[in-house]
Write a protein that binds this ligand. Structure first.
Ligand SMILES: NC(=O)c1ccc[n+]([C@@H]2O[C@H](COP(=O)([O-])OP(=O)(O)OC[C@H]3O[C@@H](n4cnc5c(N)ncnc54)[C@H](O)[C@@H]3O)[C@@H](O)[C@H]2O)c1
Length: 338
């Protein structure tokens, strides 16, 4: 089978690609060809796999060519992140909404030419939820909580969920949308997402650096590990249309955790010296954005597909440490533990 992963050079896209290539199959079919498309080139380890080819550049540049190229499956992960979308309104719309519509139209052109509808998983976000004066935000957002995004990024994700649903209703794709929780611990450098500190307060102290937490320690948030998130995307792909139940989006499982619990877990796993590298310095801009986010999420529909959240945050930290220990730069990423 031939797969397309958009955003295939990104944090989750590259991880998803590695997981699928190691597995070798999806839905019982052998993965023979995988196309990774992204503004950035994919990491060398992925490019060295003979099944992988890359289309580098903005997705909108490639969608015309994709009209001629049938795919069995698509994971659509390419996206400008929340901070970027707030900073540049047009870039956000172009990267997220215009690119998604052009991608779906390319897949539709294949169906109109007599091909099979591709199965499509769209990576949506818990950012579709927000407080609206007319619809108060519950403490825990469920699959059926009314989305009321309060950011451009959240709005893009909700628009794309509906596009995916409508192209599915028309038979142009077999689409499904999974709402990702905040994925932590994200390796590497901080990114433009307002949620970046949820990883920073674990990653930086483990690497021996001080990390500033911009919100108070009683802030609660739904998080998930990279591994569980990738497993969630694959499970959502493999679910039958009937098991998926309907054409609307589902929440991926979340561990609902307070900053204080995250830091307690850090102390428990890595020791008190590491924990003490986290300091608090309130950042009104970030605290204001975070105040509009749900404190937790439930995922009943995902649990019916067999997906579960981590039992506790210590498990997530241990997974990050194991990942770092297996990577070539472990002496840097885990410097603070020695
Ligand atoms: N990581 C999280 O916590 C989280 C939470 C909720 C949803 N998501 C969603 O999951 C997906 C993957 O997230 P991630 O953490 O890997 O982000 P990421 O920023 O690491 O990866 C996204 C990739 O998309 C690419 N991209 C952006 N605009 C593009 C365009 N116009 N054309 C082609 N490529 C483009 C970027 O270059 C990047 O490599 C995204 O859709 C994101 O919105 C992530």
């Amino acid at each position: 089978m031939k797969l397309l992963i958009t955003g295939g050079a990104g944090f989750l896209g590259a991880r998803l690609a590695r997981t699928l290539l190691a597995r070798g199959h999806l839905n019982g079919r052998e993965i023979t060809h995988m196309v990774l498309t992204d503004i950035a080139p994919p990491p060398p380890d992925l490019l060295s796999d003979t099944r992988v080819s890359a289309r580098t550049g903005p997705l909108l540049v490639h969608t015309d060519a994709l009209r001629e190229e049938p795919f069995d499956g698509v994971f659509h992960l390419a996206s400008a992140v929340s901070g970027e979308c707030e900073a540049d309104f047009d870039l956000g719309l172009r990267s997220n909404v215009d690119s998604t519509r052009a991608l779906l139209d390319a897949l539709r052109a294949n169906v109109n030419a007599g091909g099979q509808a591709a199965r499509v998983v769209f990576s949506s976000s818990v950012a579709v939820f927000g407080p609206d004066p007319a619809v108060p935000l519950p403490a825990i957002v469920a699959d059926d909580t009314l989305p009321a995004p309060q950011t451009s990024y959240g709005m893009h994700k909700l628009v794309c969920e509906h596009l995916v649903a409508d192209y599915t209703r028309k038979g142009y794709i077999d689409g499904r949308a999974a709402r990702l929780m905040t994925v932590t611990v994200r390796p590497g450098r901080p990114n433009g997402a307002a949620s970046s500190f949820f990883s920073g307060i674990i990653r930086e102290p483990l690497a021996g650096a001080v990390s500033m937490c911009p919100v108070s320690d009683d802030v609660s948030h739904p998080v998930s590990s990279p591994t569980r998130t990738v497993d969630g995307l694959i499970t959502v792909y493999e679910a039958s249309r009937e098991a998926f139940v309907g054409r609307t989006a589902l929440n991926l499982p979340a561990l609902n955790v307070r900053v204080a619990d995250m830091l307690d877990a850090l102390g428990q796993v890595a020791g008190i010296k590491v924990r003490e590298r986290v300091r608090f310095a309130r950042d009104e801009r970030i605290a204001g954005i975070v105040a509009n986010w749900p404190g937790g999420a439930s995922a009943l529909r995902a649990s019916k597909l067999g997906l579960k959240p981590h039992a506790n945050f210590a498990e997530i930290i241990r997974q990050y440490i194991d990942d770092c220990a297996a990577a070539p730069n472990a002496d840097q990423t885990l410097k603070g533990m020695s």
